[in-house]
Design a protein around this ligand. Structure first.
Ligand code: ADP
Length: 533
């Protein structure tokens, strides 16, 4: 599987984490407003989640939601940054509420609406407030998109998630672990779950940019990292929630020790299962890799054929060189005949040179016949294929050249274009040819202006259209008219002038059209269409 696939999946998980935190916050608030304690403290003996904390989590979730796409838009980034700063402010207010009654303070200041948030309930808010401030700083770092800051945020999130493992184990023991850590304040199950979600959200939102990018690798390391992280993300919360839910269902039937033993055996089983799954995944990846290598070999064979096709041009040049010989001989014999006629020689003497002329002309026509047999067009071998993939593969081959010329290859491919019948090797040859010409046309272009843009879309005539634009030297009207004719080249001895004529015959054999739009010094856009059916 491709890295892009894993990246999309992990971003989707970050998205899910953000939405879950918001939902959790909403449920807790609903619990407070309708006096349903199960929604804000789960069980009587567990610390509760305050409405202020619920509100702050909704805030954090919204921030994460804005920042989680791979490339967030400018407004999302700015929105995320502002929300993160707001989150830091909220956290500070909560911290303050540890010493002062914030609602009273806000009322004193005439800020009654804010007091409604009821930010302080009891002393439990101390570590929640500190965690909020740190989380919001982490989200703020994410919004700045700097690799170092992203790393700091991810590591901080990772350590807090690890710390939560202790808290969740505490719930499994029916023991408030945070009281053990801090001596007084405890953390509820809901709060711990929400922090775990936010923590993983922060790690996954920019997973490709920090230390944890191993998780998007397609190699074996990536497989192991994803499985281990998956286990770490899922197991501790499960460990925390199971005994509590169990207690709700089967109240009093099992002792804590029995619950613990049960959990321990479930855990061992889960670890064994995960290790087996890991082995399967590694095995599967190995099979995929072998298959991919096989495909590369096949592609290489196809490429060799393409190279053969390209050398055809060079052969044609060699053959035309050979044609020079009989033609020069014909010219020599003809002038000999002329000399004989003007000197009034017996016409009988013309017999020999005329015969030689005939022989040489026959030789020339034989050479031409052979050449035509060689360059005879092969009918395309059309198979239904994904144009987007054909383009990607062709550009993969052009990449080395593009890097050499320092030209970025930009893509705007419409992924709704349906599969179409085509000879992918021939279409790749067309793309390669146009891209190579485009690269060569940009040698005099300032390096920061160089670029090639490849677009695909459905044209108005119901055909699929591909546009390949460059910012190179462009063409004048005269060259534009002749550019698809055979042997038209401006590259002197470097060019053959048959690339584009071959491209046009390939596209026409597919039932499509190839044309160019260009102005001198304004670059050129080569476009071709292909029928859908
Ligand atoms: P060759 O590349 O061997 O010259 P082609 O048939 O591929 O043969 O191209 C013919 C000519 O068309 C080139 O010599 C060049 O003058 C012109 N040409 C092709 N593509 C471009 C382009 N993107 N910009 C400017 N001129 C181009």
């Amino acid at each position: 599987m491709h890295t892009k696939h894993h990246l999309a999946l992990l971003h989707r998980l970050a998205h899910l984490a953000a939405l879950s935190v918001i939902l959790l916050g909403v449920l807790v608030l609903v619990g407070w407003f309708n006096q349903i304690p199960a929604l804000y403290r789960v069980e009587d003996n567990l610390p509760l989640m305050t409405p202020g904390a619920a509100f702050s989590f909704m805030f954090t979730g919204a921030t994460l939601f804005l920042l989680q796409p791979e490339k967030p838009s400018a407004w999302r980034r700015i929105g995320g940054r502002l929300l993160a700063m707001g989150g830091i402010g909220l956290g500070l207010l909560m911290l303050l509420s540890y010493w002062h009654s914030v609602p009273d303070m806000l009322l004193d200041q005439g800020l009654a609406p804010l007091a409604l948030l009821n930010l302080s309930v009891d002393k439990d808010s101390l570590q929640t407030a500190i965690a909020f401030i740190l989380t919001s700083i982490g989200l703020f770092f994410l919004s700045l998109e700097r690799p170092l800051l992203i790393n700091v945020a991810q590591w901080a999130a990772f350590f807090s998630v690890m710390l939560l493992v202790g808290v969740f184990f505490g719930f499994a023991h029916q023991e408030d672990m945070f009281k053990v850590f801090t001596g007084e304040a405890g953390m509820g199950l809901l709060t711990a779950t929400a922090f775990a979600l936010v923590g993983w959200g922060i790690i996954l939102a920019k997973v490709e940019k920090g230390f944890f990018r191993i998780m998007v690798s397609e190699a074996s390391g990536g497989v192991v990292a994803r499985q281990v992280m998956f286990l770490m993300a899922l197991f501790p919360p499960l460990l925390g929630w199971l005994p509590v839910l169990w207690g709700q269902v089967e109240h009093g039937k099992l002792t804590h020790t029995q619950v613990e033993s049960l959990l321990a055996s479930v855990m061992v089983m889960a670890i064994v299962l995960i290790v087996i799954r890991l082995a399967c995944r590694l095995d599967h990846e190995e099979v995929l890799r072998t298959r991919a290598q096989e495909e590369v070999r096949q592609h290489q064979a196809d490429l060799d054929q393409m190279v053969r096709l390209n050398t055809l041009g060079e052969m044609a040049s060699g053959i035309s060189h050979e044609l020079n010989q009989p033609l020069a001989a014909v010219a020599n014999y003809a002038s000999a005949c002329q000399r004989l006629i003007t000197s009034g020689e017996n016409t009988q003497r013309l017999q020999e040179p005329l015969q030689a002329i005939q022989q040489q002309a026959l030789r020339a026509s034989e050479i031409i016949r052979k050449m035509r047999a060689l360059v005879r067009k092969q009918p395309p071998h059309k198979v239904s294929a994904c144009l987007e993939q054909v383009i990607h593969e062709a550009l993969q081959l052009s990449k080395v050249d593009a890097n050499k010329f320092g030209v970025p290859l930009l893509l705007e491919l419409d992924d709704t274009v349906p599969d179409i019948p085509l000879d992918s090797i021939q279409i790749q040859q067309v793309i390669l040819n146009i891209v190579r010409n485009a690269l060569e046309s940009m040698q005099a272009t300032q390096s920061h202006r160089r670029q090639i843009l490849v677009k695909s879309f459905m044209s108005q005539q119901g055909m699929v259209q591909v546009d390949i634009s460059d910012t190179g030297s462009g063409m004048d009207a005269e060259l534009k008219q002749r550019v698809f004719d055979a042997f038209v080249t401006t590259k002197g001895s470097q060019g053959m002038g048959i690339g584009l004529s071959l491209c046009r015959s390939i596209i026409e054999a597919h039932g499509g059209r190839l044309w160019v739009e260009s102005e001198p010094e304004q670059g050129a856009t080569f476009s071709f269409t292909l029928p859908v059916n």
